[in-house]
Structure formats: structure tokens, C-alpha cells
Write a protein that binds this ligand. Structure first.
Ligand SMILES: [Zn+2]
Length: 232
């Protein structure tokens, strides 16, 4: 892993005159019509309960692998049927491990989604993340937020310094370095075969639609500042 403080931009931005800009295109029309399924409060509660129960069981399993001691003091006394629990520091370690591995699994599915042809916007909708939640830029498109989440080195780190998200193009069978939704597939998807029809189609689709590049370029610069300040 290269620390952000020493890294160099591996994927410089294209010349400004290679881009078109439309100040009214804050939500580009190239986004496919994938939307979040409409869920009721009961649906959300059921999904949360299922996830919470499964995660807690996994934490307890991992903690046992860590040799954790049982305790009669539950970590969350208000939970239903708390029962015996594990000592707190083992719980912290096990739960953090679950978070890290969960992110890796999410990463696998995000890669599969790109390989299946879904856009960063589609992935952002599926992630159900708030715009800017990775970068602090509340005005960025959800596609940028999704890419930042994918390109980070950990669940907490956001994109910077030309970090690529890699996947395999199922059309040309080449490994693709994906630099996100900022400048279009001609610049941001590196590695396609020269005769890849998927890439050619993606470039044509991008070129036919308005681009909101000016504010998003500024946000990318802001992201770098945030990473510098965070010390990587
Ligand atoms: Zn390809």
C-alpha cells in the first residue's frame, strides 16, 4: 500500500478543452433508471433486525476464535434477550473485523456490478449512501460517492491520487483500471482492448450526454486536500 502523502496522481485529468461542460447538468441524464425499491418502515425494521442478529452472531463466533472470555455483562443491556456476552475489547476487535470483511464482500459485489455493466450511479443507489458521505462534498453526484467508497483502501478512506478500482471487462476479457465517473469512459476506463464494443458504446453514450465536469473537478481537488489533512 502506498501512503497518500507519498503517492503521485497516477491518472492525471484530461486537458480542459477535451471536456464539455453544462452547468445545468448536475444530475446527468446518462444515469440509468435504476431506483431504490420503495420500502415501508416495517421493511426497514425487518431488514435491520435480520442484519443485526446475523452480525451479532458472527461477532460472537469471531470473538470465540479470538479466545474471548464470556461475561454476564451484556454490551447492550437494552437488546432483546441479551444473554451472556463477551468481554468488551474482544467484542470491539471482532466487530471491527466483521466491518472490514463486510467491506471486502461489498467490494466483490461492486466489482461484479461494474463487470455486469452497471454504472457508478447504479452502484451508488444500491449502496444507499448519502452523497458526499465519503468525501465531505455534499454536492457531488452519488456516482462519485460510490466510486470513492469503492476506491478507498479501507471502509473509511476515500479516493485520491488516481486510485483505480479494478475489474474485468466481460466483453474484451481485459483487466480494467476504473478511475470513476469523472471524465468519461475514454479516460476513466483504462485497459479495454482497442476493439472492445462495450467500451466503444460507453464512450459514445457518454459523448452524447451533457457533462457536469467543472464542479466535479473542483470536488476532486477538495478530496485530495481532505486526504492530506487526514494524514492518509
Ligand atoms: Zn472491454
Amino acid at each position: 500500500m502506498t501512503s497518500p502523502g507519498n503517492a503521485r496522481p497516477a491518472h492525471p485529468e484530461p486537458e480542459a478543452d477535451a471536456m464539455t461542460s453544462d452547468p445545468d447538468a448536475s444530475q446527468p441524464s446518462r444515469h440509468s433508471p435504476i431506483t431504490t425499491p420503495r420500502l415501508t418502515d416495517d421493511d426497514y425494521q425487518r431488514i435491520f433486525d435480520t442484519t443485526h442478529n446475523a452480525a451479532r452472531q458472527t461477532v460472537l463466533t469471531v470473538a470465540r476464535e479470538l479466545g474471548a472470555q464470556l461475561t454476564s455483562q451484556p454490551a447492550n443491556p437494552t437488546a432483546d434477550a441479551p444473554g451472556p456476552d463477551i468481554e468488551p475489547l474482544a467484542g470491539v476487535r471482532a466487530a471491527k473485523e466483521l466491518e472490514r470483511v463486510s467491506w471486502m464482500i461489498t467490494h466483490d459485489y461492486m466489482r461484479a456490478a461494474r463487470e455486469a455493466g452497471h454504472s457508478w450511479h447504479d452502484i451508488g443507489i444500491a449502496l444507499n449512501m448519502l452523497e458526499g458521505s465519503m468525501t465531505g462534498n455534499m454536492h457531488e453526484p452519488v456516482a462519485d460517492t460510490a466510486y470513492s467508497y469503492a476506491a478507498g483502501w479501507t471502509p473509511e478512506s476515500s479516493r485520491s491520487y488516481g486510485t483505480a478500482f479494478t475489474w474485468t471487462c466481460t466483453t474484451c476479457d481485459q483487466a480494467i483500471d476504473d478511475y470513476g465517473p469523472l471524465h468519461g469512459p475514454a479516460h476513466d476506463e483504462q485497459g479495454h482492448a482497442s476493439n472492445c464494443t462495450r467500451h466503444t458504446q460507453a464512450i459514445a453514450t457518454w459523448a452524447a450526454e451533457p457533462q457536469p465536469l467543472a464542479p466535479r473537478s473542483a470536488s476532486a481537488e477538495a478530496n485530495r486536500d481532505i486526504d492530506w489533512e487526514a494524514g492518509g
